[in-house]
Design a protein around this ligand. Sequence first.
Ligand SMILES: Nc1ncnc2c1ncn2[C@@H]1O[C@H](COP(=O)(O)OP(=O)(O)O)[C@@H](O)[C@H]1O
Ligand SMILES: [Mg+2]
Length: 435
Amino acid sequence: MPEPSPAHELHESRGDPMRPSPANPFKPGKPLICPELFAGRTTQLSDGLGLLKQAAAGNVRHGAITGSSGIGKSSLCWQLIGAATGEARFTPTLAAIGIGRPFVFPVAIYQCRLGDDAESLGAGLIEALEETLGMKRPSVAWEVSLDFKVLKTQFSSSPTPTAMTKAFIRTMGVAWEKLAGQVDGLLLVVDDLELIAKTAGVGAFLRNVTEGLVASGLENVLLLLVGQTGFLQHLQIDHRSIPRVFEPIRLPLLTPDEVAEATRRALAPTAVGIDEAGLTEMGDRAEGLPARVHLIGYHAFEQAASDVIGRADIRRGLEILVSDKMQDEFAHRLLSAGAGRYQHILFRMASESSPVVPTSRICSALALDSNQISRYMRGLAERGIVVRVNRGVWAIRDGLYRLYLRHRLGLSGWLSATDAAAEASHPLPPRPKGE
Ligand SMILES: Nc1ncnc2c1ncn2[C@@H]1O[C@H](COP(=O)(O)OP(=O)(O)O)[C@@H](O)[C@H]1O
Ligand SMILES: [Mg+2]
């Protein structure tokens, strides 16, 4: 271990039994609220801040943050919420888009749940707004006394969808009347919308709300929808114009540089670092998903014995994940892939040294003709387990799941793809202990 520098002494360190080891800084399964840990996404952040700027200027343009699960939608949203509520650490970012002072937006957040409909969504937003406005905190810049009881009753007892929309707009109108002059606008956030995007009436409600807000001159009320890719198209079942009303903010996979940045940012407050080989390994394994950076990082950090995380620590973290922590989830995913041949195909694909597998390889190994294989592959693709990379070429969608299958096959080179081909003759996987 190197001599601790004065900078080291500020932090807790590891590797020295006399000193307490630092707490794990990775945050699997939690959206990032703290901007210091937020990597990349400059375009999307600036697009989102642009929407706040529009709303503050009384010419709202609503937004929709979209992307796959774990790509960082909620985290981006929390960065925008931080900026909207005037957190000082966003001042430089705001200055970059021509805003010279912090924003003041009361924020209402609604997290969708399966089974919700337009009514629970609207009522949830009203309740969240009531809670925000009622908060007694020194940082809160507004002062309102509003009788939400009547407004809530009017909303919940609305006999028709039209009456419900009107009651919702009226609530926003009453709130805005009291707040105008004290705040820049209202920010209404709806997260995980994919859960209810296909529910009848949800698309119509959102669309009617945006129309109603304009018609009532409530152009400082910003609706920010958040959901998995395709949710806007599902809402479209109700209203074809939905994608035109909401400015899409699409989140792509992180680049390898951004994966490295996310890793370094997480580690920065600790005295633990990561070497180049560790960063490369993380880049290869995270597959551009910030959720994976935090999941793998968490377990690599737990495994690391020294102040520098290296490739071996990341690999030990991966092993813990596939053999233990994610075993139940992955075993369930295997069951839901289908019985018999479905599973044989997956194991066959996983045993290949390349993640990208031509159907001809599977055909010969399992003695099936290409028509039979196509049917199975389509079934696996519909369940989101494999993706078609090219005509007749497939890949297991989730690299970590592929590693789980390779580990379960007992391939000695389960982590390094190279020597796997030699072992690829396994007809069936051994059953893991305890199943
Ligand atoms: N830009 C980012 N930089 C670093 N980590 C991030 C970033 N965005 C998300 N994360 C991390 O990735 C994980 C998934 O993020 P989240 O926002 O919950 O994804 P989603 O809402 O798209 O499912 C969380 O652990 C979060 O801390
Ligand atoms: Mg989320």
